[in-house]
Design a protein around this ligand. Structure first.
Ligand code: NAI
Ligand code: MG
Length: 364
């Protein structure tokens, strides 16, 4: 098999972690006998510096011609004073929109060995492992009208929470499909006691549920879901929700793990390439120092192998390799604490390469 991959390193540690991912990908290609044609392109601050725009047309074309896109991170103090539509983040939003990636998947996992990094008590977070499926291209962030109006009584503003039934159904189906491959439990989060859009959301979930009799469905109001996520995070398996609720809940869920450097994400469209990126940003405070934790990006690469390349075996072996380096006690500086020696980005990458060989060796 031959795949095409667009790699957008972006800014700050984005360059270091995507470089680690490419090293690991080379190894996986040789272990699993497939090949990838990689093309790099600029986005964010790097693109602003070279082309005067955070999302050059060439970058869009390279992404559209690929099977998947792997992105590092964008942004940094250098570009903070630019106008909104010319900032690095505008490049990322533009790319998500262009690629029509409507399904944002964020797995949330509390690693047994890293539990002390969680702000929650061990007995609360232990065993938490769920995935948030956030609708990414509709809802309040894109609905029209979106405007401010001057009236006789002062300023009036409006944002619109807009969804079509089709938009709801396609994201809900992604979540049901995932639930069938996991523990078979789906929590649909809405605000159906107040919002009409949420009442339709709930109707769609109930209708689609008829196609998935093996999945147990639970409807939950967003405010109570937010509480539950810190009180009993182990309750969740797959969580599906609209754009704004998903934005907030996924950040809440990220902090309960206490390990930002470990969290991957995937954003899927119905036919074009998926977009894979770590949840963290460009970490300007440690950029260029070979200190960044590459594991969130490597877990994102594992999701890419799974969802865009359909290399299920390779995806699972990579995920296991990342888990195994953690359980063997290897840590980058963000997680090292006082009890572990801090490995550099490249040293950690070496550990993962070795773990990959071990994993594949074990299987044969
Ligand atoms: P951040 O995620 O870049 O960093 C927060 C803290 O976590 C920093 O202390 C950083 O050193 C640490 N950290 C993050 N990832 C790490 C890793 N892989 N290994 C070790 N330590 C890590 O968030 P922050 O500081 O709020 O934003 C910095 C820049 O990144 C800003 O310009 C922001 O706009 C941008 N950003 C970009 C995102 C993206 O490209 N998707 C997402 C979040 C922020
Ligand atoms: Mg957010």
């Amino acid at each position: 098999m031959q795949y095409r991959l667009a790699v957008l390193p972006g800014d700050g540690i984005g360059r270091e972690v995507t470089s680690a991912a490419l090293t690991v990908l080379k190894k996986i290609e040789s272990l699993f006998s497939f090949s990838t044609e990689v093309e790099e392109a600029d986005i964010g601050g790097a693109a602003i510096d070279r082309f005067g725009h955070p999302l050059p047309q060439r970058t869009v074309e390279i992404c559209q011609a690929s099977d998947a896109v792997l992105l590092g991170a964008v942004g940094g103090p250098k570009w903070d004073n630019l106008p909104g539509d010319l900032r690095p983040e505008a490049g990322l939003l533009g790319l998500r929109k262009t690629l029509q990636v409507f399904a944002n998947l964020r797995p949330i996992r509390v690693f047994p060995e890293l539990m002390d990094a969680s702000p929650l008590k061990r007995e609360v977070v232990e065993g938490s492992h769920f995935i948030i499926v956030r609708e990414l291209t509709g809802g309040l962030y894109f609905g029209e009208p979106k405007e401010r109006r001057q009236t006789a009584n002062g300023l009036e503003v409006v944002d619109t929470l807009h969804y079509t039934e089709d938009e709801i159904e396609r994201i809900v189906r992604v979540a049901f499909d995932l639930a069938t491959k996991r523990r078979g439990h789906l929590t649909s989060v809405d605000k159906a006691n107040v919002l009409e859009s949420s009442r339709v959301w709930r109707e769609v979930v109930q209708r689609v549920a008829l196609d998935y009799p093996q999945v147990q469905v639970h409807h939950q109001l967003v405010d109570s879901a937010a509480m539950m996520m810190v009180q009993k995070p182990t309750f969740f398996d797959v969580v599906v929700t609209e754009n704004l609720f998903g934005d907030i809940l996924s950040d809440e869920a990220a902090v309960i793990t206490g390990s930002l450097g470990m969290l991957p994400s995937a954003s899927l469209s119905s036919r074009g390439p998926g977009l894979y990126e770590p949840v963290h940003g460009s970490a300007p405070d440690i950029a260029g120092q070979n200190r960044a934790n590459p594991l969130a990006t490597l877990l994102s690469l594992s999701m890419l192998l799974e969802h865009s390349f359909s290399q299920h075996e390779a995806a699972s072996v990579l995920e296991k390799s990342v888990l195994s380096v953690i359980s063997q006690g290897y840590r980058t500086a963000d997680l090292a604490g006082r009890h572990h020696q801090a490995l550099s980005t490249t040293e950690m990458t070496e550990r993962v390469l070795a773990a990959l060989e071990d994993q594949v060796g074990c299987q044969t």
